[in-house]
Design a protein around this ligand. Sequence first.
Ligand code: SF4
Length: 317
Amino acid sequence: LLERVSKHFPVNSLRRGGKYVHAMDEISFSLKRGEVLAIVGESGSGKTTTANVIARIYKQTSGSVTFEGREISKNMSREDELRYHKKVQMIFQDPFGALNPTRTVEGILERPFLIHKIASKRKDVKDRIDEILTQVGLEPPEQFTRKFPHELSGGQRQRVNIARAFAVEPELILADEPTSMLDVSNRMSIMNMMLYLKESHGVSFIYITHDLAGARYMSDRIIVMYAGMIMEIGTAEKIINDSFHPYTKLLKTAAPSPEIGLKRKKLITSGDIPSLIDPPDGCRFHPRCPFASDICSLEMPVMKKIDEDHYARCFLR
Ligand code: SF4
């Protein structure tokens, strides 16, 4: 559960006059057990910062992040820290950079078992590694256990990353653009494999992506972020078929997908995400929004309820 979480990074104080990058502002959402929640946005929207705060890579500037009723930004004992990192696993975007190039697949996968003291007997660890490699489609496992990351294809490396995340039976997976560096043929099979593992292992998923079509395919609910803030949140079906926020509509036109019935149209507006050092006053989307009125540059809209399980940050009615 995130409640009004902000993360501001200081920038070079001499050159920037002691300013901050507002990477995340007032982010609130909860995640149900077994749910897949996608966070969608362009780069610079704050989606990866949000995942990194939940993973305890960054500590939030304000607000609270609780997991199973416990505030996670507080200092933890070494045991609690280990327990948290067993329960919350991350899958990174770059499948090569995330793997130690000097270890074999077996060496990479046995580390979490040793760190979290999951299986003490070598034979048990080996059996678990074989089992998870089979589950991620790297079979027969003996063909992969002795290989180094550079001997694998991009798709195989990402399967090893996913195997490592699932090996310790986590409760939450944070997947940060896990398919964006893969070719199209691998993307679909990796997404299907993650959905299969999610069901069979009963985990919750936060799926970070810039791809609205992929978010729709993977998730139960979607959060749309822009310039560090949530613009719209709702069930995947409502965000795709009944989107309210002008920015979500822009994303839909920019992300055609026959599979979800989106066709490429002229973009409703042009421009880039604004600087997060001096974000615009009022609605952060107003410089690009074709529906902006005077109030939009003066006041920040609050999240309002559009429908059951559907909220948007916009003054439009
Ligand atoms: Fe556009 Fe105004 Fe809505 Fe922002 S609040 S999205 S500027 S109409």
